[in-house]
Design a protein around this ligand. Sequence first.
Ligand code: ABU
Length: 535
Amino acid sequence: MSSARSVSPALSPAHLCDRPVSPSHRPPKEDYDRPAREIAPLHYTDLLPFNILGGPETREFLLRVAEVSIDYIRETFDRHAKILDFHQPEQLKEVLDLEIPAKPMVLEQVIADCMDALKYQVKTGHPRFMNQLSCGTEVVSLAGEWVTAAANTNMFTYEIAPVFILMEKVTMRHMREVIGYKAGDSILAPGGSISNLYAALAARHKMFPEYKKKGLMALPGQLVMFTSLHSHYSLMGAAAAMGLGTDNLIEVPVDEKGHMLPSELDRLIQEEKGKGKVPFFVCATAGTTVMGAFDPLHAIADVCEKHKLWFHVDAAWGGGVLLSKNQRHKMAGVERSNSITWNPHKLMGTLLQCSTVHFQEDGLLISCNQMCADYLFQQDKPYDVNYDTGDKVIQCGRHNDIFKLWLLWRSKGDEGFEKHIDHLFDMTAYLVQRMKQHPDKFELLNDEPECTNVCFWYVPHRLRTMKAGPERHKILGEIQPILKGRMMTAGTLMIGYQPLDHHPNFFRNIISSQAVRREDIDFMLEELDRLGYDL
Ligand code: ABU
């Protein structure tokens, strides 16, 4: 899709009607300025657009809701406030009124509903929320999300989202430059899993373009794809969704730090070929979900080149390191990839959700996914229809995820983002340093974390003198979920846990929030000991 299309002469500006818009439906000027009536007893019908004179009340209502959000944000950053007020589902159903009424409710109730929704919500922006890869609340990004909601548009065509489409083009080009791609194409997708799926679909399309039309009959044999044992489960989802079957996602062994072993990749590709299967796609991971390991990209690129396979990098988590001169060496070789997933809603702190996928080759995404729906993607529109990006994806509707990222990047610049990433890594280094000062209480699984994942077991008092080894790990694996339960009940700290390979449950602490300070890390270590000492 590289040929520019001309503006339809029938709709060129010279032919546009220049008659003024009739003012007949505008409210009188003085109505904008009058004080709002008390909104508590009013109903939705007193607001715009039901009441065309309801401008002041609409403004008042929205300001009240904005205040509810702002109060929540302030409390989120208050270290003395709890992260959550945990209730079991049945208890929560009792304290909340969630039923849909037959009759309209007054605006006072609508505002109270907003407050209630936030009252029991986990404050994922709290400096002591370390539970997910996406922690933190970036205020400028939040402002972007508010504006996005006000604009409430769909991202499939330039026709209805002209400014946002241009922002998407500029921001995606900038990200490709940061990656090191000379040209290419990109799209925002609903999450890293779908981004990975887009990459695998494009890879199959590149190798077997007839598949789009003819389906399985176009394939010479059973396709297989490769990813590391520690990669994200979405690769398995992609293998299932694409009709390969999960047995045809080959998991490549990793070393003890969680890096894919390129020699094993090479061996497994040859093994699968020997079975008559058709390898087409390799996914390396830059920042594995649990350990935060970065696969060796150059070595994997060499294997892909040797076997002429598509090289995808899942950097949903780790992609942010590309913005830091101190950290980007971890992704050396990424410029050799065919595609990369990179989620700004993780390390970069953009509000959820904001996931991008980038391709080295331009034109492939649209060639792979285009269905030419006549009602949306008319080719005779009065502008260059190359700006209608919606036909590049298998979705139809696409949420506007770009504005909050673009606005955040404008506010920080590349420089601000570099500081942002460096801060996260500084805090991680501090956490590891502090844990190493107390080896009796904290047993580190990755004592030199590559990303901001710090994996560890908390050791309660009674086990501190027990010999390290599988027996102690087994008991520790049973204790960590109990400690997590205590954290949630206390509401003071949230850290996720999981098993991995032969390791029983351990904590995975994530620092991806700009709010985290040394004092939060000091608090965390003390709080773990306070809550878990007697377990
Ligand atoms: N890609 C999913 C992220 C999972 C997590 O936050 O731990």
